[in-house]
Design a protein around this ligand. Structure first.
Ligand code: DAH
Length: 346
């Protein structure tokens, strides 16, 4: 076996020194595994010395055997010690990496926000309830009689056309998706005792385009008062009060003559505010007027004894100029980031 090394104390010490240096330099368990293979593995110098013992003269076998055995023992010990050291360091590093701050606040599911339209609708309702009014509701799928006929709307009135109104099949049942909250006026007159002071917030439907200023489904609030001696001054005073609560003391209103089938006289309601986006200006806010005697008669109320006023406003429109929302579609799309801008009012 000519390739086996000659065993000398120097050669064995040198092999041990190399092995210990490699073991000390091993920075992780993988490097240590490589050092073990190189310095005590099959092809290592120490393994070769072991093999070479076989050809050592018998009288020196004990001496060289001890030399090589001790050398292997030192390297094995160093390997075991380094292995323990590295294992400990790696465990410590892993624990550090997995550290959890048990004092940190638990991460919670993101809190949602109530929709600004709901908030505004509730705010408006509260104003009226605060004046002693009641909240009245009606169905969104409505009979044509309530939505149009009983409100003195001619059979050929443009609002009734297929272009504005969603008619529901079968046509002979005369059902529509209500185009306004005004049918709740008639329902209230038929169902309630006079005096009537009701506000009806709710959803309405029109075959409008979906764009920055129109939604095919939107919300209105409708007001109705029926009592003795009600005149236009009461209407004006009520609307002015509501405008000031909603928009601040500087808000002003004005009534401009207009036409609605269910009121006579009828007026367009405008709202003025000094800090509206784009400067102080008048904005169309809704419609109103004195309840038409024909409407009172449809409800079996004697117009010689009772009179009343009514008004109707769009909630989305109100939110637009109250909170400077540029695009109505933001109110319909349900992006939580839109709602969150309005805060967490409950
Ligand atoms: N219903 C009308 C609309 O949707 C608004 C309206 C006008 C309501 C005059 C009223 C009123 O109560 O008196 O355009």
């Amino acid at each position: 076996m000519s390739d086996l090394p000659e065993i000398t104390p120097e050669a064995v010490d040198a092999a041990v020194a190399n092995a210990l240096a490699a073991i000390a330099a091993a920075g992780d368990t993988a490097a240590l595994r490589a050092a073990r293979a190189a310095h005590v593995g099959e092809a290592s110098p120490l393994a070769s010395f072991n093999a070479a013992l076989r050809s050592v003269a018998p009288e020196r076998k004990a001496e060289f055997g001890k030399l090589v055995g001790q050398a292997r023992g030192r390297v094995s010990q160093a390997l075991a010690a380094r292995e323990a050291e590295l294992a400990e360091a790696e465990t410590a590093a892993r624990l550090l990496a997995e550290t959890l701050d048990v004092t940190a606040l638990a991460s919670r599911a993101r809190v949602g926000a109530r929709h600004p339209l709901t908030l505004l609708q509730e705010e408006v309702s509260d104003i009226f309830v605060g004046m002693g009014w009641q909240i009245a509701e009606g169905p969104e799928l409505e009979h044509e009689w309530y939505n149009f006929d009983s409100l003195n709307t001619d059979a050929d009135h443009p609002a009734r056309s297929m272009q504005d109104t969603f008619y529901v099949d079968p046509v002979y049942r005369h059902l529509v998706m209500r185009t306004q909250t005004s049918p709740v006026q008639m329902r209230s007159m038929l169902e309630r005792e006079i005096p009537i002071y009701v506000l009806s917030p709710g959803r309405v439907y029109r075959t409008d385009e979906y764009d920055a200023t129109h939604l095919p489904v939107f919300n209105q609030f409708e007001g109705l008062v029926i009592d003795k001696g009600i005149n236009m001054g009461h209407l004006r005073g009520t609307l002015e009060h509501v405008a000031r609560i909603l928009f601040g003391d500087e808000a002003k209103i004005r009534l401009r003559a207009n036409f609605f089938p269910f009121t006579e006289p009828s007026a367009e309601l405008d709202l003025w505010h000094p800090t509206f986006k784009g400067g102080a200006r008048w904005i169309e806010w809704g419609g109103c007027g004195m309840v038409n005697p024909n409407v009172l008669r449809s409800a079996g109320i004697d117009p010689e004894v009772y009179s009343g006023f009514a008004f109707g406003m769009g909630v989305e429109r109100t939110l637009m100029f109250r909170s400077d929302v540029q695009d109505m579609r933001d109110m319909a799309e349900g992006d939580i980031r839109f709602s969150q801008q309005f805060g967490m009012v409950v």
